[in-house]
Design a protein around this ligand. Structure first.
Ligand code: DC
Length: 237
């Protein structure tokens, strides 16, 4: 997912920035903006888990091995579409919008607990972007996918704030879901993502923590950009 950079960054071997955190902390919006600012590739690793979830909702499999095979073989890719940026494709079908459905997010959190699925998706994540500088977001990108990333960030916000943002997002889409219900769903995902045995959501020991509870989106982007500037040597540490 490449954009026109406003700040060019060069390095012999590529920079990897890994951003992890709970659902609704703003990782996607922040990483997209930072990727655009520095001309990095961007990988939303959650969308890969969501693709497995979508497939498994349409074709329920209870067996973990079978789910792992489904993940390893799924024809998933991001493609640049004229005038529409990068879109997610499963087979020949554009699933960008379907992947964002609530039921898909909840199911993604379940399939993500299956070790065979996590293993199958590692290769995709590590190969993505080839030799380009990359920023990726998810739950274990700094702890498991890229343990030697140049910069690791744990981006978080309070549960109430994340629920408030999600409610606003749904409202803007014309969907009405009670705040209580949204908060409950996010708490459920936090619990599932943090308590699983394999690669649970947790900050890597060397991650820089950014709490966005009291920050606007612009301020959150600037905080992360400051850390990228430190990484590339634009600013002293
Ligand atoms: O970030 P998201 O809401 O799109 O992620 C959907 C689910 O996928 C999330 O609840 C947990 C899982 N996930 C994961 O386990 N590891 C990742 N690197 C990214 C997402």
């Amino acid at each position: 997912m490449n954009q026109q950079p406003s700040q060019q960054v060069e390095k012999g071997s590529r920079y990897v920035v890994a951003v992890d955190g709970p659902a609704g902390a703003g990782k996607g919006a922040v990483c997209r903006a930072v990727a655009q600012r520095y001309g990095f590739s961007y990988l939303d690793t959650g969308s890969i888990y969501r693709a497995v979830a979508l497939l498994s909702l349409n074709n329920p499999l209870s067996d973990q091995e079978a789910l792992g095979c489904l993940a390893a073989q799924m024809p998933f890719e991001f493609r640049a579409v004229e005038g529409a940026g990068f879109r997610a494709f499963l087979g020949g079908e554009d699933v960008t919008v379907a992947l964002r459905e609530e039921r898909v997010g909840l199911r993604a959190s379940q399939v993500a607990a299956v070790p065979q699925v996590r293993q199958a998706l590692l290769t995709f994540q590590r190969r993505y972007g080839g030799s380009q500088n990359i920023i990726l977001d998810g739950r274990d990108t700094g702890s498991v996918v890229w343990p030697d990333a140049d910069l690791k960030i744990f981006l978080t916000a309070s549960l109430d704030e994340r629920a408030k943002r999600r409610a606003l997002e749904l409202q803007q889409k014309g969907e009405t879901v009670s705040f209580h219900k949204i908060r409950e769903r996010i708490a459920q995902r936090d619990e599932q993502d943090s308590s699983r045995a394999h690669a649970p959501l947790a900050p890597a020991p060397d991650a820089r923590r950014v709490d966005t509870t009291l920050l606007t989106l612009e301020q959150s982007i600037d905080r992360v950009a400051d850390l990228v500037d430190e990484m590339v040597g634009n600013k002293p540490r």
